[in-house]
Design a binder for this molecule. Structure first.
Ligand SMILES: O=P(O)(O)OC[C@H]1O[C@H](OP(=O)(O)OP(=O)(O)O)[C@H](O)[C@@H]1O
Ligand SMILES: O=c1cc[nH]c(=O)[nH]1
Ligand SMILES: [Mg+2]
Length: 217
């Protein structure tokens, strides 16, 4: 699995303010939105386009347009919802499917509580949005759902990733015989942090992304 860490001073600056515990919720939302737009620029470098010819006021010109079917963007509720607008700003014609997943605080296993995805994803390019890749359990479960429905390329956009979660995903994909004939799975992130703490939180991280976006519950 390819992991792309976006090394850019604007990304690092915004991520630094995002991590700061005194950053309030409105600022956290705005920075998340801005960071996603910056990550999307790189994450969509291989979005599928087809050649077209258009007519300028002066002459015909060669160009490109996004191919059909449009990419599918999948925010993982709750926290991934805070990333949706930052992505669709650059990909306004994308379709959006939703997955609701919550991690059990004791077992750290994800449970799926909402699934609003197309039944058939054959040939689709998919972009999963989830700010935190911690143990990797949530992303592994969402990848499984998308790949089982035929998605042939999945890019996960995360603000932060833990090394343990990236390794776990790598192991899982390598052990999956179906994956050999599959699609590229990529993770695009603003940073890979040090490690997980004993509660499965990313260190130094930014805390609970869902709570910081929407309040604790
Ligand atoms: O890699 P993992 O160990 O699976 O953890 C990451 C998941 O945990 C958080 O969601 P959470 O369960 O807190 O739900 P929320 O978005 O509703 O807060 C986060 O948004 C990821 O989805
Ligand atoms: O550090 C973490 C780990 C999981 N979920 C979060 O929101 N933050
Ligand atoms: Mg949460």
């Amino acid at each position: 699995m390819e992991t792309l860490v976006i090394d850019h001073p604007l990304v690092s600056h915004k991520l630094t303010v995002l991590r700061e515990s005194s950053t309030d919720s409105p600022t956290f939302r705005r920075l998340t939105d801005e960071l996603v737009t910056l990550l999307t620029y790189e994450a969509t470098r291989d979005v599928r386009v087809a050649d077209v010819t258009i007519t300028t006021p002066l002459a015909p010109a060669a160009g490109v347009q996004l191919t059909d079917p449009a990419p599918l963007v999948v925010p993982i509720l709750r926290a991934g919802l805070g990333m949706l607008e930052g992505m669709t700003r650059l990909l306004p014609t994308a379709e959006v499917g939703f997955l609701g997943m919550a991690r059990d605080e004791q077992t750290l296993q994800p449970a799926t509580y909402a699934d609003r995805l197309p039944a058939d994803l054959s040939g689709r390019q998919c972009y999963v949005l989830d700010p935190m890749l911690a143990t990797g359990g949530t992303l592994a479960a969402s990848l499984q759902l998308l790949l089982d429905r035929g998605a042939d390329q999945v890019t996960a956009i995360c603000l932060l990733a833990a090394p343990e979660g990236l390794q776990a995903l790598d192991r899982k994909l390598a052990a999956d015989p179906a994956h050999q004939s599959h699609p590229r799975v990529r993770v695009v992130t603003a940073a890979v942090d040090d490690r997980l703490d004993e509660n499965g939180f990313i260190l130094p991280g930014l805390g609970d992304a869902g709570d910081r976006l929407y309040g604790s519950m």
